[in-house]
Design a protein around this ligand. Structure first.
Ligand code: C2E
Ligand code: MG
Ligand code: MG
Length: 760
């Protein structure tokens, strides 16, 4: 898991925790709301119930007053106006018992009378009455029973409420019977009903906010006076005003002096006003309100604790992850980044197209430093190196301690000389600062560098880059002199090919990927075909051709050349057999033989068995050996040549003139043919090289005298042909005649009867 993953997991965890926290918070908020709603509902239910009780008792009293007045009006019905006063006096006692504080009769047309408090009849005028009463009288004259709004009776000196009812005579309204009841009576009724709590109170209010009656609870005395109450805030006042105008039961709550008050406003129906009841929840339902308050507290407590818990868990988790990252990405000894972190940073920057030179630095002979000095001092050396490296890093550059004494540095500098200068600066500073610890022991380094630019764009990966760095490092280790070495792409390609060759050679031999190409050898005098040289080609996947100079030296080193050469001898025999079977006149084929073959125990036997297997006369096979062989072990080579001769094989000395073989070599070895190396011809061709030409001439002449035929390699032009002819060389081979070509093509071009052979 890398740092980014850990960080993103951490973020996910935080998000997860918060999501859970919000979910729990949401659920508890929902539950809390439900409980609160339930509670409010129960409070409202209780208030409504109580308001209904107030209303009932109020209406009951009103109804009974109405009935009483109506009953009296019935008594006065059809009574002559002059007798009304007398009858009214007789009703006075009863009316007082009913709670009437005034009784009056207003005649339709005549004298109106009223009873004084002492029961005396006095005359009155309707227009002297309070406006509310006048209106009520008018309503009754119109045939309605009417209940006035509360008003201040200036004669009585307190608030009253008036009732009026028509009095009939002979079916038509003769007057109006009116009574007044003190609002205090109604207040008594409200007070008698009782509130829910000891501070709860009720009132009957007109629509305009005038108080008809209110309970006598001392705490809220004057509370309902919407214009003058000191208890009400502006908000409460406006809420009450609004509620009084709406014709349905309403609830609201408000806060007064730290108490939550609940109000219920209920229409009165038969009276143009509202019952208003105000109470606290404490009195309404102590238990429920307690539960809600506790739930509230617990909810808050839960929220705070779970938040603290979540934050602590996240904090601990973050610290833990940070510690993990520290362990995962840092080297314990030096505190520098480790390899994982290094490549993480490299990848991140690489993706942003930042190119780097990666330098892998290794301390020379660190093993001995460890042994020579104490491990503590060696550890200190490593720490000092890190400190110096740190100082030399520019923004965006970084390094790591890879293994014991190996540091990998990412430098933004790309130009090789500049990189070299920076690294040398670093090394000398390290050496300088380490002198105090190891005064007599200079610290030196070797360092391999590679640039990210050299990596293939498609597969930009650390492995490729590091393999480049390691190649350069191993080169620096091998060279010893230069301690900073840069990755060489060409050398790398060569190494890759070598690796491919070595790991695929056996498979390729089995699969027939080594193919025999033939290059014609021509008689220089007549220009006719005299033979062919077998040259191997490694054809990969039927397309890509690997040339012998790329793999023969490798095969000579690893010994595989022996197998390949036997295989080529077999291919040559096979070809001659094919020609013979096809009725074509075969030409001898020269096969190159590695010097390793001559040290093989059963070399001659194996060659013989191959020719025998194909029934090919051995004179058709010329074995080309290299001139250097004669110098290595002339006796053994000579014996081997003799043996081969005895079986009829021809022996040719290849590449004569490239090594140190001299003409005396020719006398030591019984060879049949001398192949003059191409370089001989190139130099002899240049007019300035008279000496070389003379030497060539001498070689040819000596060979002739020893009955050794000569083959000039590398005939490329007609001039070459002419020159070699003039010098008396017998045969020629080269691009002038033909490049090495596949055996079938060779057959078609040079051997088949209907194809006219090129006369060259
Ligand atoms: P070589 O035996 O001296 O072969 C001649 C080389 O010269 C061949 O290169 C041929 O293609 C090249 N050549 C021929 N004519 C001309 C010319 O006019 N101009 C130039 N510039 N070059 C010419 P090739 O085929 O690449 O082989 C290179 C060498 O590899 C051979 O040199 C030989 O030493 C070795 N070799 C090739 N096949 C085999 C093999 O089967 N076994 C062994 N042991 N060595 C082989
Ligand atoms: Mg050859
Ligand atoms: Mg040669």
């Amino acid at each position: 898991m890398n740092e980014q993953r850990i960080r993103s997991n951490l973020k996910k965890l935080v998000a997860g925790f918060f999501a859970i926290f919000l979910l729990i918070g949401g659920i508890s908020q929902y539950l809390f709301r439900s409980v609160t709603d339930l509670y409010t509902e129960s409070v409202h239910g209780r208030l409504e119930e109580r308001a209904l009780q107030y209303k009932k008792s109020f209406i009951f009293k009103m109804n009974s007053d109405i009935q009483n007045l109506r009953g009296m009006a019935c008594i006065l019905e059809n009574i002559q106006p002059e007798n009304i006063g007398e009858l009214l006096s007789s009703l006075w006692d009863a009316s007082q018992m009913m709670g009437f504080v005034r009784l009056a009769y207003f005649a339709q047309d005549g004298e109106s009378i009223q009873l004084t408090a002492e029961g005396q009849i006095t005359a009155i005028q309707a227009d002297e009455e309070a406006a509310e009463m006048q209106y009520a009288i008018q309503q009754a004259l119109d045939g309605n029973f009417y209940c006035s709004q509360a008003f201040y009776d200036s004669v009585l000196g307190y608030n009253t409420m008036g009732y009026t009812t028509p009095v009939y005579m002979d079916g038509s309204i003769s007057g109006v019977l009116a009574c007044e009841v003190s609002t205090e009576t109604y207040a008594g009724i409200l007070s008698a009903t009782g509130s829910v709590s000891n501070i709860g109170a009720a009132a009957v209010l007109n629509h305009d906010g005038k108080v008809l009656a209110s309970t006598r609870t001392h705490q809220i005395h004057g509370f309902y006076d919407l214009d003058g109450s000191a208890y009400l805030t502006d908000e409460m006042r406006s809420q009450l005003h609004k509620a009084l105008l709406i014709d349905k039961t309403q609830f609201f709550e408000f806060n007064m002096r730290g108490l939550t008050l609940y109000a219920c406003v209920m229409p009165m129906e038969i009276y143009p006003g509202k019952i208003v009841i105000v109470d606290t929840d404490a009195g309404i339902s102590d238990a429920v309100s307690g539960v809600v308050h506790y739930a509230h507290m617990i909810g808050i407590l839960f929220g705070v604790t779970s938040l603290i818990f979540v934050m602590s868990v996240l904090y601990i988790n973050r610290r833990y992850n940070m510690q993990l990252l520290q362990i995962a990405y840092h080297d314990r000894l030096t505190g520098a980044y480790n390899r994982d972190k290094f490549f993480l940073l490299l990848d991140q920057n690489w993706k942003k197209n930042q190119e780097y030179t990666i330098a892998c630095v290794n301390i020379r002979k660190f093993k001995y430093i460890n042994e020579l000095f104490s491990p503590t001092r060696s550890d200190q050396l490593l720490k000092d190196i890190c400190a110096v490296l740190k100082r030399h890093m520019e923004p965006g550059e970084f390094f790591c301690r890879d293994t014991a004494d190996t540091f990998v540095i990412a430098l933004k500098t790309l130009e090789r000389n500049a990189v070299r200068a920076r690294l040398e600066g670093i090394f000398s500073e390290i050496d300088e600062c380490c002198k105090s610890i190891h005064p007599n022991y200079p610290i030196s380094f070797y360092c391999g560098c590679a640039s990210t630019i050299d990596c293939s764009m498609k597969s930009r990966n650390d492995e490729e880059l590091m393999s480049h760095v390691m190649m350069a490092l191993s080169h620096a280790k091998q060279t010893q002199q230069a301690n900073i070495s840069f990755y060489d792409a060409e050398a790398h390609e060569k190494e890759k090919l070598q690796n491919y060759i070595e790991s695929n050679m056996e498979r390729a031999l089995e699969n027939g990927e080594f193919q025999m190409y033939l290059q014609p050898q021509m008689e220089l005098a007549q220009g006719t075909l005299s033979g062919a040289e077998a040259l191997v080609r490694w054809v990969v996947d039927g397309r890509q051709v690997i040339f012998p100079d790329q793999f023969i030296p490798i095969f000579e080193r690893n010994g595989f050349c022996v197998e390949l050469d036997y295989y080529m001898v077999e291919q040559a025999c096979k070809q001659i057999r094919t020609w013979m079977d096809a009725g074509l006149t075969p030409v001898p084929i020269s096969v190159n033989q590695t010097k390793l073959l001559l040290y093989e125990e059963d070399y001659v036997n194996r060659i013989c068995s191959i020719t025998q297997r194909y029934g090919v006369p051995s004179r058709y096979i010329t074995l080309e050996i290299l001139e250097g062989l004669a110098l290595e072990n002339p006796k053994k080579v000579s014996a081997c040549i003799d043996e081969l001769h005895s079986y009829g094989f021809h022996i040719s000395m290849d590449d004569f003139g490239t090594g140190y073989a001299s003409l005396t070599t020719l006398s030591q070895l019984q060879i049949d043919e001398l192949k003059l190396d191409r370089s001989f011809l190139v130099q002899a061709d240049q007019s300035t090289e008279h000496n070389r030409r003379k030497i060539l001439q001498v070689v040819i002449e000596v060979a002739k005298r020893m009955h050794i035929s000569t083959v000039a390699e590398g005939i490329e032009t007609a001039d070459n042909v002419r020159l070699m002819r003039e010098m008396g060389c017998d045969y020629g081979q080269g691009y002038y005649y033909s490049k090495p070509i596949p055996a079938e093509e060779f057959t078609k071009t040079f051997l088949e009867p209907n194809t006219s052979q090129p006369q060259l």
